[in-house]
Write a protein that binds this ligand. Structure first.
Ligand code: AOF
Ligand code: ZN
Length: 380
């Protein structure tokens, strides 16, 4: 690669920002593909815009080139993700860009999957197209738009969002075990929208037994996509007559069981229509191994909805990428009332995970505190 291309100009970065807005239109609809937007422009004028609308549909660059038509010759294309060089469900974008005769491509961020392919950027450079890369905040904005895709492509596991709803004093239930409902209707509606956006939703076996949750996306406008419902359940103790098992024909349920699960339990769940995957790893590695199993199944985003045991295990394993915490203005109290995160917890304050990019939002009478524990990994 020559690397001689001039850095993106402020105008080109504005097109890139516009491309991010276009990409955003398909949020929740593109998995296992990334969100991508593209703008074709020349001489201060936008000639074509496009975004990727979902698997099997044309890529953003192809849509934008189509909109620009012949005017694309000699133009600049700003795309939020490095153009692909491979034939997947659709032909390579590098072919389309070269056929259209574009002069320059501004890449928002690298596609980690291109490392194992010919390489979109290097293919374009080899063919004489100038390729300029966004840096700093511009690159980060493009990369962070695709947390699930990037995490899955780089780490082989889904991006994990830990979502919990607690009282102001951090309890998820009263000492007698009553837990419904701590948060209000606005927060619950938001959680259903999140479920529809995520590839999978998970709970631990304790919560599956205690709450008998359904974990589907309900009361969401349109026909929401339903997430895969996952139970981290070493002993395969999910009852065959649970709501999850009873609805598994409509919305799939996956139990991640360990070697300690009795064969009869696994067989009973399978007979009830629940898929049981054996995660053959020691307890300390069970979380990572379970997530890797989900990654192999193409799950790029996972919403963890508790309980305290699973939340603690996920945090302890260092795999929680995002945290979404709903605080209800109520005080439960009681040393015996369970907190949201169980054992072991941090031994020293300095070891306690601390959120970055913290945002605070009102949801009716509740407050949503969200942030990240890990930045979205990059490609290249
Ligand atoms: C782009 N532009 O708009 C998207 C890209 O099966 P396919 O043909 O849709 O290819 C999917 C792969 O292409 C996906 O894994 C990712 O690496 C890239 N996505 N690339 O140039 C786009 N959606
Ligand atoms: Zn492409």
């Amino acid at each position: 690669m020559s690397g001689a291309a001039a850095a993106p100009s402020p105008e080109e970065l504005a097109w890139l920002a516009r491309a991010r807005v276009l990409a955003e239109e398909a949020r929740g609809q593109v998995s296992p593909n990334p969100l991508v937007g593209a703008v074709v422009a020349r001489g201060g004028q936008v000639l074509g815009e496009g975004h990727h609308a979902g698997p099997g549909l044309p890529h953003a660059e192809v849509e934008a080139l189509l909109a620009a038509g012949d005017a694309a010759r000699g133009a600049t294309v700003a795309c939020t993700l490095e153009p692909c060089s491979h034939r997947g469900r659709t032909p390579p974008c590098t072919d389309a860009l070269l056929a259209a005769g574009v002069a320059r491509v501004v890449v928002g961020c690298r596609d980690p999957l291109e490392c194992d392919r010919a390489g979109g950027a290097s293919t374009l450079v080899a063919a004489g197209v100038e390729v300029a890369f966004a840096t700093g905040a511009d690159e980060a904005a493009c990369r962070r738009q695709n947390g699930p895709f990037m995490t899955w492509a780089r780490l082989g596991r889904p991006e994990v969002t830990l979502k919990l709803a607690t009282s102001l004093d951090g309890k998820i239930a009263t000492a007698s075990g009553e837990s419904r409902w701590i948060s209000g209707p606005e927060a619950r509606a938001l959680v259903h929208r999140w479920r529809a956006e995520q590839d999978a939703v998970a709970v631990g076996s304790g919560t599956a037994l205690a709450d008998d949750p359904l974990l589907t996306a309900r009361d969401v406008p349109g026909a929401p996509r339903q997430p895969l419902r996952v139970v981290f359940d070493g002993r395969a103790s999910l009852p065959s007559d649970s709501q999850l098992a009873r609805t598994s024909a409509e919305v799939p349920v996956l139990v991640l069981a360990g070697p300690e699960a009795a064969p009869e339990r696994r067989a009973a769940l399978s007979a009830a229509g629940v898929e049981v995957a054996l995660v053959d790893a020691a307890r300390e590695e069970r979380i990572e191994a379970g997530l890797a199993e989900l990654g192999r199944r193409g799950v790029q985003s996972l919403l963890v909805e508790g309980g305290a045991g699973l939340a603690a295990a996920m945090l302890d394993a260092g795999v929680v990428d995002r945290v979404a915490w709903v605080l209800a203005p109520t005080l439960i109290g009681g040393a015996g009332a369970p907190g949201a995160v169980g054992d072991p917890g941090a031994e020293r304050l300095a070891d306690a995970p601390r959120l970055r990019e913290v945002a605070v939002e009102r949801l009716g009478e509740d407050v949503l505190v969200s942030g990240r524990l890990h930045d979205v990994p990059g490609g290249g």
